[in-house]
Design a binder for this molecule. Sequence first.
Ligand code: NAD
Length: 279
Amino acid sequence: MTQTNFTDKNKVTKVAIIANGKFQSKKVANKLFSVLRDDEAFYLTKKNPDIVISIGGDGMLLSAFHAYENELNRVRFVGIHTGHLGFYTDYLDNQVDEFLKNLRADKGEKISYPILDVKVNLVDGREFTATALNEVTIKRIEKTMVADVVVNKIRMERFRGDGLLVATPTGSTAYNKSLGGAILHPSFEALQLTEIASLNNRVFRTVGSSMIIPSKDKIELLPRRTGSYVINVDNKTYHFRNVEQVTYQLSDRKINFMATPWHTSFWQRVKDAFIGDDV
Ligand code: NAD
């Protein structure tokens, strides 16, 4: 996780506003449109924005990330949640005025988090690449998935089970956590490999626990069976037949968030999301 300054304060800031279909999200979007449209420091556009304002929940922020994943070097994201505070959202829908104040005082600072590159090679020679903010999962549709897991060129195990998940640090609190994976602070430049219902008995063995893989190490998955596989990249689903290899590595790129005084600490988010005010 890094915090730096990277925009020219003298230029007009190009802002994209994207919202999910909820009534409350549309209401917040309309308010932001009407205020920013009349402010000459900002230019509202969906094309090549400097700042993307996502209105909705974490799912909406995931969609915003994928909408601008080819412009990550320039774009900073900020999330307004129309519900309870999420993992990728700094503001609630009743805090729009505070958000506007912070936006006007913005000096281009950003907070950056690691993301994950995945490459899928098919038996017929085709290749598919994608980038994830939370995680990539692979499952075999018809039967038990059987795949060799290779970590940094070491053939670790022959996995049998429902599938495997590779999470980013910020994704560690999502599906990864539901599977018993660890919560990883995003200042760690690492991936987490987590099993989905592995078969473990006297015949079949897997490591069992989640593994934290450093940024220099690749994770490779070599399916041992032909057939249909489903690969989820955050909230996007892809279907493939006859997967030869899947390769995961921490990306050279990062997601940048607008650093405002309201950017909550990661551990505060963990407490708010999973424990609440009781302690
Ligand atoms: P969604 O927007 O309904 O998200 C599902 C839930 O995951 C929401 O409560 C959301 O706040 C939470 N979430 C998303 N990212 C998070 C994060 N980084 N940390 C903590 N919570 C997070 O549904 P969607 O749009 O399909 O979102 C896709 C995400 O849903 C996936 O990236 C995956 O992590 C998550 N998911 C979770 C499970 C599970 O926990 N069993 C199963 C499938 C998908």
